[in-house]
Design a protein around this ligand. Structure first.
Ligand SMILES: *[C@@H]1O[C@H](CO)[C@@H](O)[C@H](O)[C@H]1NC(C)=O
Length: 223
């Protein structure tokens, strides 16, 4: 009896995972990773405060209605995989996100194994990656775009003062578990967790609002 329901559960989960994976591969995406990297590369080596401000403006021009307003953005600590960084989320939906990420201290740990492709364009600092199965690290510098393909895992190390622009594409809710794990089970900083969930919710509402107003004008035009 138990075995039958267990097999059923595994089957149901497999079908759901297969469907989501198929959808992720076929669906069209709002952002273009190359466009984001190109915008970021314009500000390589500049003072990060200035760069982030300008990149936000450039992104709002390229993707109007999809980047959070300044009042809704905030730098939030992120503890995951043993490292500690800070992030400021600009856009997030169920299948994409854009954020600023970096650290003011030397930090290292586990990259996480995601159901999403993550690419980082480095503005300042250094990013070292040690890929699973290899015996050496690869070193990245400002101007480089580091791609982390879904399913892959690496050890990551950032030097103090490393700041970057990150674009993620995949099943984003699945990344939240890793993103918040150290907060729940190690730091117990539930204020940070509240901030992250609040900003993610704001992003989802902004996206819902955007498509709602699109449909409204579509219906109006067709009447
Ligand atoms: C992630 O990258 C892999 C390898 O480049 C690609 O096959 C896959 O379609 C990508 N997934 C998405 C959601 O873009």
């Amino acid at each position: 009896m138990f075995l039958v329901s267990f097999v059923k559960l595994v089957l149901i989960i497999s079908v759901i995972v297969f469907c989501i994976h198929y959808w992720l591969k076929r669906k069209s995406y709002l952002f273009d990773g190359d466009v984001i990297a190109r915008i970021a590369r314009k500000y390589v080596g500049k003072d990060p405060e200035y760069s982030f401000d300008r990149i936000k403006k450039d992104l709002r021009k390229a993707y109007p209605g999809h980047i959070l307003q300044d009042v809704d953005t905030q730098w939030m600590f992120m503890n995951a995989g043993g490292w500690m960084g800070s992030m400021s989320i600009l856009h997030a939906s169920v299948t994409e996100y854009v954020l600023f990420f970096g650290t003011a201290i030397d930090t290292s740990g586990h990259s996480g194994r995601y159901w999403a492709n993550v690419s980082d364009t480095i503005l300042t600092g250094t990013f070292r990656q040690w890929s699973e199965g290899t015996l050496k690290t690869v070193h990245y510098n400002p101007g480089d775009t580091v791609v982390h393909v879904w399913g892959e895992v690496t050890a990551v190390q950032w030097s103090a003062g490393t700041w970057m622009v990150e674009y993620g594409k995949g099943f984003i809710p699945s990344t939240l578990g890793f993103a918040l794990a150290d907060t729940v089970f190690s730091t117990q900083d539930f204020v940070t967790m509240f901030y992250v969930i609040r900003v993610y919710t704001k992003c989802l509402l902004q996206e819902a609002g955007f498509y709602l107003s699109e449909w409204k004008s579509l219906i109006k035009d067709s009447l």
